[in-house]
Design a protein around this ligand. Structure first.
Ligand code: ATP
Ligand code: TPS
Ligand code: MG
Ligand code: MG
Ligand code: MG
Length: 359
């Protein structure tokens, strides 16, 4: 005879057994992921993801099987930690779902590849509302639809801190990957996608100021130019990356990997009118708005625009804007002295994100 387990016994085991003291909560357990349980949640979540041509076996077994039409698989992983990458007061669950996909598939695009599939590591406190998990999943599903990928698996665990660990896969479609190490003196540096908007949105949220919608939305749901990665590869890009930590800081990776210097032309950075408006409402001294907005474009992270170097004379579609040049390295330059990023030939503004700097 099947063993009967009362609802009360299940609920009290939930509270008694598995959660540290501080997680006891008055939220009715049936509305929390703890109340729903790991396996029901997995079933509900994984039902949301469509199968695509890249999926041979989706969620439900010990592992997924993903087609590799090119014979090579592009793989990357990035995490989002509550309090570090997002705050639930500032971003809805859907926003976080969109962002989780965007920041990972942007790395796939930055290799010159097409985003194909994702695996979602989901670590959350047991009193997280089921609605949050479902809305997050809807955001993932909708951003996947924009990028052209889908989810093939993941993991769900209990954790004091809400943390998403995402793995993204992509397909090169027979093209060479565009790495960080191919920039050559004389190449032009060009970007596609917004710069500075996410940082302005973050500043508005941090200061509790209601500012331009575009800055807030780009912070909550960045819009990487996914297809521009494959396009850049086709146009002969010599190096590429997405801007996660700030244009100057990220181009430093290209400069060092390629053993070149890069000079950026500040006047080529045209701040979006909504960025200028954000800078105004954030209290910038009148007359300095352009300068402060350009500094945000040079140092702000999390827009996930693409920055690439192209051989001189490359014909770039209009959505790519030239921002600088790869410098001729002087003959006297010693090994290890190249890899600088300058702005108008001088020191760049300070800024750019680096984990562990902030405690
Ligand atoms: N813990 C780790 N173990 C092995 N390799 C790592 C680890 N952390 C990062 N890397 C590798 O270091 C390289 C740079 O990582 P980084 O996270 O800075 O790049 P990114 O994902 O493009 O940037 P961001 O995380 O700011 O979006 C990547 O190739 C990444 O796989
Ligand atoms: C609550 C909150 N505080 C600060 C920030 C800013 N921030 C966090 S990580 C990062 C760089 C990219 O991260 P990674 O290298 O991990 O991809 C930036 C600019 C935020 N988004 N949310
Ligand atoms: Mg990373
Ligand atoms: Mg990157
Ligand atoms: Mg980073």
């Amino acid at each position: 005879m099947a063993k009967k387990v009362s609802a009360l016994a299940t609920a009290s085991a939930e509270v008694r057994g598995h959660a540290p003291e501080r997680h006891r909560t008055l939220i009715p357990v049936q509305n929390t992921i703890g109340g729903l349980g790991e396996f029901t949640l997995i079933t509900r979540v994984s039902a949301q993801f469509p199968t695509t041509d890249d999926v041979i076996l989706g969620p439900g077994d010990d592992a997924a099987i993903v087609a590799a039409p090119d014979g090579r698989t592009v793989a990357t992983t990035d995490m989002l930690v509550e309090g570090r990458h997002f705050r639930r007061e500032w971003s809805s669950a859907r926003d976080v779902g969109h962002r989780a996909v965007a920041q990972n598939f942007a790395d796939i695009a930055a290799m010159g590849a097409r985003p194909t599939t994702l695996l979602i590591g989901f670590a959350a406190p047991h009193d997280l509302p089921v609605e949050w998990a479902e809305e997050f999943t809807a955001g993932v599903r909708d951003e996947c639809a924009v990028a052209g990928g889908t989810v093939v698996g993941g993991d769900m665990v209990g954790s004091d801190t809400l943390t998403l660990g995402i793995t993204a896969l992509g397909d090169l479609g027979g093209a060479d990957p565009v790495r960080r190490n191919g920039a050559r003196p004389g190449d032009v540096v060009a970007c596609t996608g917004p710069l500075g908007l996410s940082a302005a949105g973050l500043a508005l949220l941090e200061q509790g100021i209601d500012g331009p919608a575009l800055c807030l939305s780009e912070h909550r749901r960045p819009s990487p130019p996914y297809t521009a990665g494959v396009e850049a590869a086709r146009l002969g890009a010599t190096a590429m990356l997405d801007i996660s930590d700030g244009l100057v800081q990220d181009l430093g990776h290209v400069a060092r990997a390629s053993a070149v210097d890069i000079d950026l032309d500040s006047m080529s950075l045209r701040p979006d009118p909504e960025l200028l408006e954000a800078v105004r409402v954030l209290g910038t001294e009148p007359g300095r708005e352009q300068e402060v907005a350009r500094d945000l474009m040079l140092t702000g992270g999390e827009d996930h625009a693409l920055a690439a170097t192209f051989p001189p004379g490359a014909e770039l579609p209009g959505h790519w804007y030239t921002v600088g040049r790869v410098e001729q390295v002087s003959e006297e330059a010693q090994e290890g002295t190249v890899g600088d990023v300058t702005v108008d030939g001088g020191r760049p503004p300070s800024g750019g994100w680096s984990h562990f700097d902030r405690g």
